[in-house]
Design a protein around this ligand. Structure first.
Ligand SMILES: [Zn+2]
Length: 456
């Protein structure tokens, strides 16, 4: 005779078992029970039939390893805009053969090109990337991205990312059509956001705090939503953002984080390391007329100078180890950030002997070759930038012969312009413009995307 509680308990057990069997969750549970039973049986058998001493025990089960990523790896992110088959007269437009040569130079340098997804997975410690590698990005959505650059990128098999802004998609003229964007997405291109309107996001334009936030959210949130709605089915849309003109402020950063961006990109030419801020990733904007930013981008050897000239700009040491400073001193210094869009470029060549004045060629991004002044007596070369620099990263290239050599020495370096510092300094000198946020600000007008010429 079975007592009522025991009967109740037995029914409950059978019920539980049936319930487990009837649902998917039961499988691991039953598997566990089976394994436990198997183990018991095996142990029992082992007790009954002891193994000889020489028997090798079974190997332990494999331990699940967390992915180990290289925190010393560095990525050079290249930034392009528009392309032409003709000669470029604008730094934002690159001759397509120059582009092809650059892609070949990446291959020759044995630098792997990684995709945006690979880059993000590394930053998120999910998987590894090569110690030194390159990422290619193209901004704005110019038709030549499809008609010229895509063919070259396919030829090399390089992944790349296009940063598009809604107001310049499928509107005719030189904008990409929806079909062209889709083809890019299906040919190794990642599709990411470059805002809705391509305006300077740090410019409040007299808006209240609430209105400014609402506008920023529109630029940040609506832009990526538009891309997901239109091209999400290709699987190529990744939630990253390139700031228009590379400009942002603290509020933009906060709202970009709130919007859930995995990474945001600027135009400050510098390598990205493990510790680099994900919402302020630097890019080398490759200029169409001087090509000056490309060499520093590919130089992983330690700084923003070309390989050949690096020794001239590096600290010199005497035989007893005394540091004597570099042979050639440049101003503004390499990788420095200045608060003035009208800098004096200065190069001190006085420590070099036999500098040939006729051989000197100075090039500046945005200006091309410029007419410098060189004083052979002092060894000083000077160039006063005559028009406000519109880019955030300025690249300088200087070639010359010295010491009777027939070879040209080539040095190149970049410096950055802090837009906020410049903003304030220009305000104090500009008469009649007391409010830096009014629409009449000269620099803002200069940076607003014109319809005929490409924006940054
Ligand atoms: Zn742009």
């Amino acid at each position: 005779m079975i007592s009522t509680p025991r009967l109740f308990s037995a029914v409950l057990s059978i019920g539980t078992l049936l319930l487990l069997v009837s649902c998917d969750k039961a499988a691991p549970y039953l598997e566990k029970m089976k394994t436990a039973l198997d183990r018991e049986t095996a142990e029992e058998i082992a007790r009954k039939n002891p193994l000889p001493d020489a028997e090798i025990p079974p190997p332990p089960p494999p331990v699940k390893m967390e992915p180990v990523v290289n925190k010393e790896a560095r990525v050079s992110v290249l930034g392009y805009h528009d392309f032409t088959e003709g000669t470029s007269s604008n730094d934002m437009i690159l001759n397509i053969e120059d582009f092809r040569r650059q892609m070949q130079a990446i291959r020759d340098a044995k630098l792997p090109v990684i995709s945006m997804r690979q880059f993000l997975d590394w930053k998120q410690a999910k998987s590894d990337i090569p110690a030194e590698c390159v990422m290619i990005t193209i901004d704005d959505g110019w038709k030549a991205t499809h008609t010229l650059a895509l063919g070259v990128l396919k030829e090399f098999g390089y992944p790349f990312t296009v940063f598009l802004y809604n107001n310049y998609i499928n509107i005719g003229g030189r904008s990409l059509t929806h079909e062209e964007v889709r083809e890019i997405a299906q040919s190794g291109g990642t599709i990411s956001s470059h805002s809705v309107s391509h305006q300077n996001l740090s410019r409040r334009g007299g808006r209240s705090d609430a209105a400014y936030d609402a506008w920023l959210r529109e630029e940040l949130v609506d832009s990526i939503r538009f891309l997901e709605e239109n091209y999400g089915d290709t699987g190529a849309v990744v939630k990253t953002f390139a700031y228009p003109f590379g400009i942002y402020n603290d509020r933009v950063l906060e709202l970009a984080r709130e919007a859930g961006y995995e990474a945001c990109f600027t135009v400050n030419g510098q390598k990205t390391g493990w510790d680099s801020e994900t919402l302020q990733i630097g890019r080398y904007i490759v200029h169409g007329t001087t090509l000056a930013n490309f060499d520093p981008a590919l130089d992983f050897g330690g700084g923003a100078v070309t390989t050949g000239g690096r020794k001239l700009l590096a600290e010199q040491k005497s035989e007893d180890g005394e540091v004597k400073g570099p042979l050639v001193v440049v101003k503004p210094e390499a990788n420095s950030v200045i608060g003035n869009r009208l800098p004096l470029i200065e190069v001190d060549l006085s420590k070099l002997t036999g500098v040939d004045p006729a051989s000197i060629v100075l090039r500046i991004s945005g200006f091309g070759r410029v007419a410098h002044q060189f004083d052979p007596a002092s060894g000083l070369l000077r160039y006063q930038v005559p028009q406000r620099l519109r880019m955030e990263t300025c690249a300088v290239q200087l070639s010359f012969r010295h010491g009777g050599s027939k070879d040209n020495e080539l040095i190149g370096w970049t410096f950055q312009i802090d837009p906020v510092a410049d903003y304030l300094s220009s305000e104090s000198t500009a008469p009649g413009k007391n409010d830096p946020l009014t629409s009449g600000h000269a620099e803002e007008a200069a940076m607003a995307p014109p319809t005929a010429t490409p924006p940054l």
